[in-house]
Design a protein. Structure first.
Length: 343
């Protein structure tokens, strides 16, 4: 029988190999919640919530108390009718990382029941994807060293964190560009600039012949007008991350013509909204990237299967599991960075 018999939450802590610094935030470790859904036949589905207080106001200390409430809401539902479970979890929109973990664990349990991998349940559009790797904020010297290491180890797309110091950020891009010729760059300001600073940043890079492939979240998450101003004054594509949490945010961004790219993260949207966002963005002829918070291989597994299944993404920023210390790799995919393959 494919009915849900039990759901458990477990807190897990992972240290970063190197403290991860982005605009307004420094992390030494990630604290996540692993969820396990067990069906009456004994199939187990695994998911992971990696909450972000900065983006979604979520804390593990709050989320852990949802365990009995979610058990009460879902026990007895059949994972083969997974949309019913998704609809219940949509009510938990205020806790999007838990919504993501439960929705994914449901698909994972279904996958075990029917013997078909999750990426195929979601469409099986691709067999492999390529991830980027991120350079966090640091001294110019260290950022260039990190970018070189990433490029030399085979990554073709480098993501660079900026947003705390415009003058230094331009110097960083200049130096990284000189040292990693041929790489593609995603530059993420994590809301650090004003619209005017963001425009000055991209215009200066353009004048130096530095091309960036995507300029992520230059301004405050609530400043949709600011995003639009940057978009129409930038020679490079502009994307929304912190501004694009739910499908309703994305509908507004599309209507306003505020961005070229949407960064989907399961931790902001869950599987249900992420599926809706994929179709909305494709309908609007805009482009998609997929990103992560502080997921381990259990959580990155969710996004890898989602990306392989939908085949919807131009860029995959699924590197958190490469930045965290884990005892064992537990993804149901082949990790050979920068390539992730379906099993
Ligand atoms: Mg971002």
């Amino acid at each position: 029988m494919s009915k849900i018999k039990n759901i458990t939450f477990t807190i897990k802590k992972y240290d970063y190999f190197k403290p991860f610094h982005i605009t307004g935030s420094l992390s030494n470790f990630a604290t996540n919640i692993e969820v396990c859904i067990e069906t009456e036949s004994g199939a187990k589905g695994h998911g992971e919530a990696s909450p972000s207080f900065r983006v979604n106001g979520e804390k593990v200390e709050t989320l852990i108390h949802l365990e009995p409430i979610i058990k009460d809401a879902l026990i007895g539902l059949n994972v083969k009718n997974y949309r019913k479970i998704f609809d219940v979890m949509d009510k938990f929109f205020a806790f999007p990382s838990i919504k993501a973990a439960i929705q994914y664990a449901t698909l994972d349990a279904l996958s075990e029941e029917i013997g078909m991998p999750v990426y195929q349940i979601l469409g099986g559009a691709k067999d492999e994807i390529e991830t980027d790797k991120t350079v966090g904020i640091d001294t110019i010297e260290n950022m260039v060293k990190d970018a070189k290491e990433i490029f030399d180890s085979g990554f073709t797309t480098i993501k660079i964190k900026v947003g705390e110091d415009l003058k230094k950020d331009i110097e960083v891009l200049d130096e990284i560009y000189k040292n990693t010729r041929g790489a593609k760059y995603i530059v993420d300001a994590n809301m650090g600039y004003t619209p005017k600073q963001a425009i000055e940043f991209v215009k200066t890079l353009y004048s130096k012949n530095i091309e960036i492939h995507l300029f992520e979240q230059p301004v405050a998450s609530t400043d949709f007008e600011g995003l639009k101003i940057v978009r129409f004054n930038s020679p490079f594509p502009v994307g929304a991350d912190e501004s694009a949490k739910t499908k309703y945010d994305v509908l507004r961004l599309i209507k306003m013509e505020a961005v070229d790219f949407i960064n989907i993260k399961l931790m902001k949207s869950g599987i249900s909204d992420a599926l809706a966002i994929v179709e909305m963005v494709k309908s609007a002829n805009l482009q998609l990237m997929i990103g992560c918070m502080g997921e381990s291989s259990v959580g990155i597994n969710q996004s890898v299967n989602f990306a392989l299944g939908t085949g919807a993404f131009v860029f995959h920023d699924l590197d958190s599991a490469l930045m965290l210390k884990e005892d064992n790799f537990r993804g149901k995919y082949l990790s050979n960075p920068p390539i992730y393959k379906a099993l």
